[in-house]
Write a protein that binds this ligand. Structure first.
Ligand code: ADP
Length: 374
């Protein structure tokens, strides 16, 4: 068992730098939680308070129901993996991994058993006699993870562990962390600024901004129902398109009028607007790039725009377009959906007509930026 609970946690550096505040979170045993947000939002500070590497200014951190605010890091039963690996250069991979066990005078045969088992899980058995400098970046990170694994910790803390790796290795290690998680049954708290990492790794994601939690939810929840505009734009790549427009209520139907197009709100979104008795009003409308489709000039639901950039991503095109008013949008089109002629016509300067379905819209309050349907 290793649940972690943070209650009203606050961190103030020096006199008045408030790095984290009103942080409340219940992490269940064996849950994989990801803290995500832009640089400086307080992710690492929160992780370091859980680890005991940073004093907690206010509030409590509990591990398995025990308040650990005043416990030393070594007494918290946690293991931490950092971005910069922090390996000892003069020790072999084996001794790097064995280090914490040696400090505790663990008998040799148990050290051997634990290190070789972890090395096997991480696929680094053949490197055990090497020094860290003779390893590649991902191998070093495996050693750092192995060093944490041998400690049988109740909670595994990881601070941007993949950010020093190149893009390809990062994808590979991300998949391996998912496998690792299946093999070692423990609670994970993982910090990253990368929303893809957060979405793919987390059972639940904690999205932070300026020291405050913005939303806690499963990847599906934060993607489908972002609580505010910040979350909506932070989760998903390329980011959600947003534009100020009017939501019009006519009888029991709702329409939006982006750039002169008239598009009916349908499905669950229409039901929710009705349920909340929302009347005609100004909104910020959000539509994800993948929810746009190509249309034609005779469709009253279509928005005319000009292509400024066509990024060929392989399985899809990312079309950067400008609408007549100069607003920029990004539209993702699966390449398989296009004929050769269509593809050839999607070039810089050409006019295209795009639209989206009524069920994919998001509505935010222009003042508070809160999701109107939550
Ligand atoms: P993140 O991990 O999300 O990038 P951090 O937790 O590192 O953010 O930082 C949160 C805020 O606290 C930032 O404004 C940062 O400048 C500040 N901060 C972090 N560490 C210290 C420190 N040791 N002293 C003073 N301010 C700090």
């Amino acid at each position: 068992m290793a649940s972690v609970k943070l209650t009203n946690v606050k961190k103030i550096y020096g006199k008045d730098t408030v790095a984290v505040q009103e942080f409340n979170l219940d992490i269940a045993d064996k849950e994989f939680i990801v803290f995500v947000g832009p640089s400086g939002c307080g992710k690492s500070t929160t992780l370091r308070m859980i680890a005991g590497l940073e004093d907690i200014s206010e509030g409590t951190v509990e591990i398995d129901g025990v308040v650990v605010n005043d416990l030393q890091p070594r007494d918290r039963n946690i293991a931490m993996v950092f971005q910069n690996y922090a390996l000892y250069p003069h020790l072999t991979v084996f001794e790097n991994m064995a280090f914490s066990l040696r400090l505790k005078n663990v008998p040799n045969e148990i050290v051997y058993e634990k290190v070789t088992k972890a090395a096997e899980i991480l696929g680094i058995t053949e490197y055990l006699t090497r020094k860290p400098r003779a390893l590649s970046g991902d191998q070093r990170q495996r050693v750092a993870i192995g060093r944490a694994m041998v400690r049988d910790s109740k909670v595994f803390l990881m601070d941007e562990p993949l950010s020093n790796l190149d893009a390809k290795l990062r994808n590979q290690m991300r998949a391996e962390i998912i496998l690792l998680r299946q093999k070692i049954d423990t609670t994970f708290i993982y910090v990253t600024h990368d929303q893809t990492e957060a979405m793919t790794l987390g059972d639940r994601i904690v999205i932070m901004k300026d020291g405050f939690i913005q939303q806690v939810g499963t990847p599906t929840e934060v993607f489908d129902m972002p609580l505010n505009l910040f979350v909506a734009e932070f989760i998903g790549a390329p980011k959600m398109n947003t534009f100020k427009t009017k939501l019009v209520c006519e009888g029991d139907k709702y329409y939006v009028n982006p750039y002169g197009a008239k598009i009916e709100v349908t499905g669950k979104k229409a039901e929710m607007l009705k349920g909340k008795r929302i009347g005609s009003r100004e909104v910020i409308l959000g539509v994800r790039p993948e929810h746009f489709v190509l249309s034609s000039s005779d469709n009253p639901e279509a928005i005319p725009c000009k292509i400024v950039v066509n990024e060929m991503m392989g399985s899809e095109l990312h079309l950067h377009v400008v609408e007549d008013n100069g607003d920029k949008l990004i539209v993702r089109i699966p390449t398989v959906s296009l004929s050769d002629e269509q593809r050839a016509s999607l070039v810089y300067g050409s006019t295209i007509y795009v639209t989206f379905e009524g069920k994919v819209m998001h509505f935010f309050d222009p003042e508070t930026q809160a999701n109107l349907l939550v």
